[in-house]
Design a protein around this ligand. Structure first.
Ligand code: FCB
Length: 471
């Protein structure tokens, strides 16, 4: 598809008339979000939007295999077509630029850019070169994640993240990418949410590759973190001026009662979700409490690994969605105790903005080496419908406003947060939930691939315009 502006405009609906919620988004005058250097962007991930899984030499990934396995993904959905972004990337860049978004966080599909023998797949690489070049031309900052869960299937066939060798293959991949793409990338993230790759992938089996053993999860985590550390060193050598970091999903656990047992349960929840990753990165050791929760699951760690894993970073990406209310399980663990009467999203996740503020201030207190932070994902799913060409995603507007206020509170409390990425630019393949859950600020009709800007996106654009106009 050419870069034909009229073709682009055909697929973008005009802004809705009237602005019933216009005042809902605008942050208060003293908010740090008005600072022009606070980056506001949107995020996506390769498997969730690209489609074109068999084109230009792309190899299968573990998510192709997993989503083709009956019973793993809601309604049997797969990422085979997704948002067809591989073919529609030009109009999607126009969308980003049209909304005035300042940064775009995307991921590279490892199986698209490397052959199984480790040599580059030029056709796949060229796709990302074209995309990143266009983003740069539009003045949009590029945040590139190397691994957002689409491991090449041939590596899973050799043990995937249970095989230490995968960490070295990842370093090779980071080497290729940073040699090929340096100058086009403002910030590299090695991994997206290693907790999900390790625990959901190898511990409870909800994600690819679908294995179910907690001992596997701790070993997979170790190899993921090792891969991260090795890659940071390679990225630093090949592309010294860009920023380098990692993206972690973090969870807020609150105690169901004031009892010592429930308070300990909430602590253990946060050890399992947060300290499992952040302690190795910033303290160079695993939290011992993890192995109280999961006795006998200590990973095999070789000399020097923890040093590699704790290589200093330029930034930490934080993905935050909800809190979990927990109680003691009566043994040495915790159990979820869902609260009644609280606001929830289409995912069933509780809307709890204070959790984001409290986690950010807590990390600042806990980790002396904490680098600057970007909120690399925050957002919510709702059952959005296009009515008369418009999508009124009222709950999302209120959600975004409240979470941005929580970020502002954290900044005012001294946390160095540099920016915020909405999850997601557009509705997409939501992993085990397929296409039913809509996280986008842009609606996607999967039958026609028509993009419709939701009300939330219009209001973000309006805010950015107002901020831009300030002296
Ligand atoms: C995060 C993932 C992202 C998306 C959101 C809803 O865990 O990083 O790809 O699925 O959740």
């Amino acid at each position: 598809m050419g870069n034909d502006a009229s073709a682009v405009l055909d697929t973008i609906s005009p802004p809705s008339a009237g602005a019933p919620h216009a005042d809902l988004f605008t942050p208060p005058a003293d908010s740090s979000l008005w600072r022009k250097d606070f980056l506001l962007g949107a995020a996506t991930a390769s498997y969730q939007i690209e489609g074109a899984v068999n084109e230009d030499g792309r190899l299968p990934s573990i998510w192709d295999t997993f989503s083709a396995t009956p019973g793993k993904v809601l309604a049997g959905d797969t990422g085979a077509v997704a948002c067809d972004h591989y073919h529609r990337w030009e109009q999607d860049v126009e969308l980003l630029a049209g909304l005035g978004l300042e940064a775009y966080r995307l991921s590279v599909a490892w199986p698209r850019v490397m052959h199984a023998d480790g040599t580059p797949n030029r056709n796949g690489l060229d796709f990302y070169k074209r995309l990143l070049t266009r983003l740069k031309e539009k003045g949009i900052k590029t945040f590139v994640t190397l691994y957002h869960w689409d491991l090449p299937q041939y590596l899973e066939d050799r043990g995937g993240w249970l095989n230490r060798d995968t960490a070295y293959r990842f370093a090779d991949y980071a080497d290729l990418m940073s040699r090929e793409l340096h100058g086009l990338v403002d910030a590299w993230a090695t991994l997206n949410e290693p907790w999900c790759s390790a625990y959901l992938g190898y511990g409870n089996g909800h994600h690819a590759p679908g294995l179910t053993n907690v001992r596997y999860a701790t070993q997979a985590m170790h190899h993921l973190l090792l891969a991260h550390g090795l890659a940071i060193q390679v990225l630093r050598a090949n592309d010294p001026t860009s920023h380098k970091g990692i993206v972690a999903n973090v969870g807020r656990g609150t105690p169901d009662s004031d009892s010592a047992a429930d308070r300990r349960a909430a602590e253990l929840f946060e050890v399992q979700h947060n300290a499992w990753i952040l302690d190795p990165l910033f303290n160079g050791e695993y939290p011992q409490a993890l192995f109280e929760l999961w006795p006998g699951t200590e990973p095999l760690v070789l000399d020097g690994d923890m040093q590699t894993i704790s290589t200093p970073l330029d930034f930490l990406g934080i993905n935050y969605y909800f809190r979990t209310n927990v109680a003691s399980d009566g043994a040495h663990g915790f159990k979820d105790v869902p609260l009644a009467g609280v606001e929830r999203t289409q995912m069933g996740w509780e809307v709890y903005p204070d959790g984001l503020r409290d986690l950010l201030t807590g990390f600042r207190a806990d980790y002396a080496n904490l680098p600057p932070i970007y909120i690399t994902e925050n957002g919510m799913a709702s059952n959005d419908q296009v009515i008369d060409g418009h999508v009124k995603d009222t709950q999302r507007i209120s959600f975004l406003k409240r979470h941005l206020a929580a970020v502002d509170q954290a900044i005012k409390a001294g946390v160095d947060v540099r920016g915020y990425f909405l999850w997601s630019l557009m509705d997409n393949f939501e992993w085990a939930f397929g296409y039913e859950r809509r996280f986008g600020i842009v609606h996607v009709d999967y039958g026609t691939q028509k993009r419709t800007i939701k009300r939330s996106a219009e209001l973000v654009a309006k805010f950015l315009k107002e901020r831009d106009a300030l002296a």
